[in-house]
Design a binder for this molecule. Structure first.
Ligand SMILES: [Fe+2]
Ligand SMILES: [Fe+2]
Length: 260
């Protein structure tokens, strides 16, 4: 209540010195009562604002708990997913903060990063866990996961903002991505940001079938795909962000914690 904070309650010192006239005494009493009422309204308003703030915080916490539960559905299919979700979320928020600070606090980015692969619950486990190359038919099924994810979130009001990221995280800057083949700035910005951190984490994370790339090699791979797979402006921000990270920064410490 920024306006209320500026409110100064009228006190006796603000009133004219008492005169002997009874009319003026009455006026002074009336003003003092008015000041008391005003004080009471102000106090009640402050309490109500605090209660509303607490309720809103509680609501946001329960939203996030719901999103984490949904994300755990994906995790149930792949035990490495949880750490990937946490890291990708952390990278996405850090990168968004460099590009458009308001995007970092946008629930669309936060919920979208946690739920980007929620649509994989519609893909058979035999395909998701397959070692070795997928057949053309299997690949077509995998490619449906962004739209299935969008359909899962569509009926949930607070998840609406996550849909552009979920549906757009496999689109490519050059238009060769899926599911819609969107090109350039037709791809929502959150999805363009997330596509980079998702790929970066996939390259640097441990996988049973290959050794992970080093941090520097993965950054180089991202830079190499600037203008084809990824938005050049976002790649620029990403490489600047990575160049500025020292090994003892809180960001890197947090990443190490999430490594396994
Ligand atoms: Fe995906
Ligand atoms: Fe991912």
């Amino acid at each position: 209540m920024a306006g209320s904070d500026r409110l100064r309650v009228v006190g006796p010192e603000d009133l004219p010195a008492p005169e002997t006239e009874p009319e003026e005494w009455r006026l002074r009493d009336q003003l003092l009562n008015f000041a008391k009422d005003l004080n009471e309204v102000y106090r009640r308003e402050r309490t109500r604002a605090r209660e509303l703030e607490a309720a809103l915080e509680e609501l946001q916490d329960s939203y996030l708990a719901t999103v984490r539960t949904l994300a755990a559905v994906v995790e149930a299919k792949d035990s490495r997913t949880r750490a990937h979700l946490d890291r990708a979320h952390l990278y996405a928020v850090a990168l968004a903060r460099r590009i458009a600070p308001e995007m970092a606090d946008d629930p669309g980015l936060r919920y979208g990063s946690l739920l980007h692969d929620i649509g994989k619950i519609g893909v058979p486990e035999g395909i998701l866990g397959k070692q070795g190359p997928l057949t053309r038919e299997e690949w077509e099924i995998v490619k449906t996961h962004p739209l299935i994810g969008g359909q899962i979130c569509a009926p949930v009001k607070f998840l609406q903002k996550a849909i552009p990221l979920i549906e757009g995280h496999h689109e490519r800057w050059d238009g060769a991505g899926y599911p819609r083949g969107l090109k350039g700035e037709d791809i929502p910005l959150q999805a363009r940001v997330f596509a980079i951190v998702d790929a970066f984490d996939a390259m640097t994370a441990d996988r049973p079938y290959r050794t992970p790339m080093t941090f520097e090699m993965a950054v180089n791979e991202i830079v190499r795909a600037s203008g084809t797979q990824f938005d050049p402006a976002v790649v620029q921000a990403f490489s600047e962000m990575c160049a500025g990270i020292s090994s003892d920064s809180p960001f890197v410490t947090e990443l190490r914690r999430l490594k396994h």
